[in-house]
Design a protein around this ligand. Structure first.
Ligand code: MOS
Length: 682
């Protein structure tokens, strides 16, 4: 089905309220004061001038802010001590009658510090590098099978290179916003979040509140990409300030610049990749050693070494992760954490191997295909990687690719074609619950705390409910984005639709079983999403193939992506229209990763210097030419009754490698360090 968004008209008419737009009575506006040093302590903040400024209600610092019940999470423990862990950390906040007055007064606060030496310079040979207990996603930091070293030593064909990705910052169009109000019993939070219940489960304990005393509301979100997957300091500060606001609502929207230190980011990755193959190109060893920085105040280990554990058959596989602790802001999720940077390294290395072995890159991947997960030995529930590659090759015109790099020229432009694989695991987080209630007007209320990030949740969950209830979608009244609805898991890990849809199907099935086809008004059931038992016996992963045609100007080094095609195997697709939008959105983000995105850390001060959309470049419409996504017609019987494995993140995995590989085919210049800026081709 290709149902248009049911919330489309509301959004176009400005009637879909985002967090900051929710109507409130007599709000106070918040503006933070941020640390200007990267390590040390606040000696004193002179707040007298700010307090005397027009419209100022209060100036909060660690000296007078309300106390939190828990300060274990140092990212969220705002204004609880004088300690400073990174430049840009919140050390104060002004509450005022207007946003302008709050911002102006924040600038009047005098700062003085006891500064300590800081270290914000990422280097792989850092003496403090350590192995984390595990990496994001719950995987082990280091895994190994077989004898990788022996296989590497005896290999006839080998690749041994370092691939790097820079710091990348999520820049959803809607910045991180929150509106908080404390009425003496309940803390109400309008939040821009990827999950109202997950946000509450983090924030309520911070304030010592039982869950029923915190109400989180978030019906519409303007993009998240992981950065709104868990509350950050801005939400904690807004909620904290509500306790000092005499019951008035407190509103805060991070500025674009404040998003850089305060809303998470993708850590840079350094990936030492070694591949060994027999003369036929069959991998005999895969070795990936990842090193990344992490904030000293809160660890985050991007699992960039993880996809190499799944992608290709090899008797010997090893992947490891090391972290370098620095005085830098706290990193977090960024669309397809781990898989995305990891697939840049691995899939560029596969292109290096194809060139070294003299084998077509698609043929190389075919020869290394596998029906079983190479690390666990479990069969894949469905692995259609080769089908995706073959389908894409035909559609894209792969036979026109000239194997010899630099051999196709049109005027000043060198043209090349490249390919890369994509992957993303099927994640289904247990615990989502849905309710179905029949109404006197013959319609069904379907409630679940799910999130709409612009991804199409309102539409796809309505479709799923209508199908499960056997009624037209006009008879479904969906309610999402509110902790008053039953528990929903995060819109993250590409797990939302499958997890929430599983709960809705379970509730609808139970409703029909209990009340038959002639329910009475107010008949209601609640049901939890069933666990996917097949997950124990199968490896559940989505796969895909990405194709790029790239032009590189031989005089200027300018790179243009003329065509992008993604072919995906994701199980069932619920809504073709919103799914395509997700795929090409992910691919566009991958294009940004390939060509533009790079946060530049100045280690002298510990901050990102290009902290706005003038300096941090994301693709504009003019950068995106012919882009398309298609998918195999399938339903994964092992992925639960819905048969869907998720589509949110696979679109970004592999895109940057396909573009880098196409640029190599165009020029013969291999760029292993993203982004592909023009200087690297000259
Ligand atoms: Mo995604 S980074 O799990 O929102």
């Amino acid at each position: 089905m290709s149902t248009p968004r049911i919330d489309g008209e509301l959004k176009v008419r400005g009637l879909a309220p985002f967090a900051y737009e929710q109507r409130t009575e007599r709000p106070l506006y918040l503006f933070p004061v941020l640390s200007r040093i990267a390590a040390g302590r606040v000696a004193a903040l002179d707040t007298a001038a700010a307090e005397a400024a027009p419209g100022v209600f209060a100036v909060l610092t660690h000296a007078n802010a309300p106390k939190l019940a828990s300060t274990d999470n140092l990212e969220l423990a705002v204004l609880q001590s004088a300690d400073i862990g990174f430049r840009g950390q919140i050390i104060g906040a002004v509450l005022a009658e207007t946003p302008e007055e709050a911002r102006y007064a924040a600038g009047l606060v005098g700062h003085s510090y006891d500064e300590s030496a800081h270290d914000a310079r990422f280097r792989v040979d850092h003496p403090d590098a350590y192995t984390p207990e595990g990496v994001n996603g719950g995987q082990q930091a280091d895994v190994s099978k077989g004898d990788v070293d022996a296989a590497l030593a005896s290999a006839r064909t080998a690749v041994d290179h370092v691939y790097t990705t820079p710091i990348e910052h999520n820049n959803p169009m809607e910045p991180h916003t929150a509106v908080a109000q404390w009425d003496g019993r309940t803390l109400t939070l309008f939040d821009s979040t990827q999950g109202v219940h997950p946000a509450r489960s983090v924030l309520a304990p911070l304030f010592g509140l039982e869950p029923d005393r915190m109400h989180v509301i978030s019906p519409y979100v303007g993009g998240g990409f992981g950065s709104k997957g868990t509350p950050h300091a801005g939400e904690a500060l807004t909620a904290l300030a509500a306790f000092a606001a005499d019951g008035r609502p407190v509103k805060y929207a991070l500025t674009r610049q404040q998003m850089f230190p305060l809303a998470g980011y993708r850590e840079p990755t350094h990936q030492h990749i070694r591949l060994a193959a027999d003369p036929g190109g069959r991998l005999t060893a895969v070795s990936v050693d990842v090193t990344e920085p992490t904030s000293k105040i809160k660890e985050f280990a991007e699992q960039a070494g993880v996809p190499a554990r799944t992608m290709y058959a090899a008797p010997n596989i090893r992947s490891t992760h090391r972290l370098v602790p620095l005085d830098v802001p706290v990193a977090s999720w960024f669309r397809a954490p781990g898989e995305c940077p990891g697939m840049f390294g691995l899939e560029t290395a596969m292109d290096d191997l194809a060139a070294a072995a003299g084998i077509d890159p698609i043929e190389l991947r075919r020869r290394n295909d596998t029906d079983v997960d190479p690390m666990s030995g479990k069969p894949f529930s469905a692995r259609h990687l080769v089908e995706c590659l073959d389908t894409g090759a035909e559609r894209f015109g792969w036979e026109r690719r000239r194997p010899e790099p630099g051999s196709r020229r049109e005027g000043d432009w060198l043209i090349g074609l490249g390919v890369a694989s994509s992957t993303y695991p099927f994640v289904r987080i247990p615990g989502s619950v849905a309710r179905v209630r029949y109404r006197a007007d013959g319609r069904y209320e379907v409630g679940i705390g799910a999130a709409e990030l612009g991804t199409g949740t309102w539409t796809s969950l309505t479709q799923i409910a209508a199908e499960a209830l056997g009624c037209p979608k006009e008879s479904v009244m969906l309610a999402i984005g509110d902790t008053d609805e039953p528990n929903a898991t995060i819109a993250g890990g590409s797990s939302g639709t499958a997890s929430w849809g599983g709960a809705i199907i379970a509730a609808a099935d139970e409703f029909r079983e209990k009340f038959g086809e002639r329910p009475e008004p107010d008949d209601e059931v609640r049901a939890e999403s069933p666990t996917v038992t097949d997950a124990e016996n199968f490896s559940l992963h989505s796969f895909g193939a990405q194709f790029a045609e790239v032009r590189v100007n031989s005089r200027t080094g300018e790179v243009r992506v003329d065509r992008l095609l993604g072919v995906f195997s994701v199980g069932r697709v619920i809504n073709a229209r919103t799914a395509r939008s997700q795929f090409i959105g992910g691919m566009t983000m991958g294009l940004g990763m390939a060509l533009h995105e790079e946060s530049v850390m100045d280690p002298r001060f510990g901050h990102v210097v290009n902290h706005d959309l003038a300096g941090y470049h994301v693709p504009a419409c003019a950068d995106v030419h012919d882009i398309d996504a298609i998918w195999l017609d399938e339903r994964d019987e092992h992925a639960g009754k819905l048969g869907a494995r998720g589509i949110g993140e696979i679109g970004i995995t592999g895109t940057a490698a396909a573009i880098a590989n196409a640029a190599y085919n165009a020029t013969g210049v291999r760029v292993r360090d993203l982004p592909l800026t023009l200087d690297k081709f000259l």
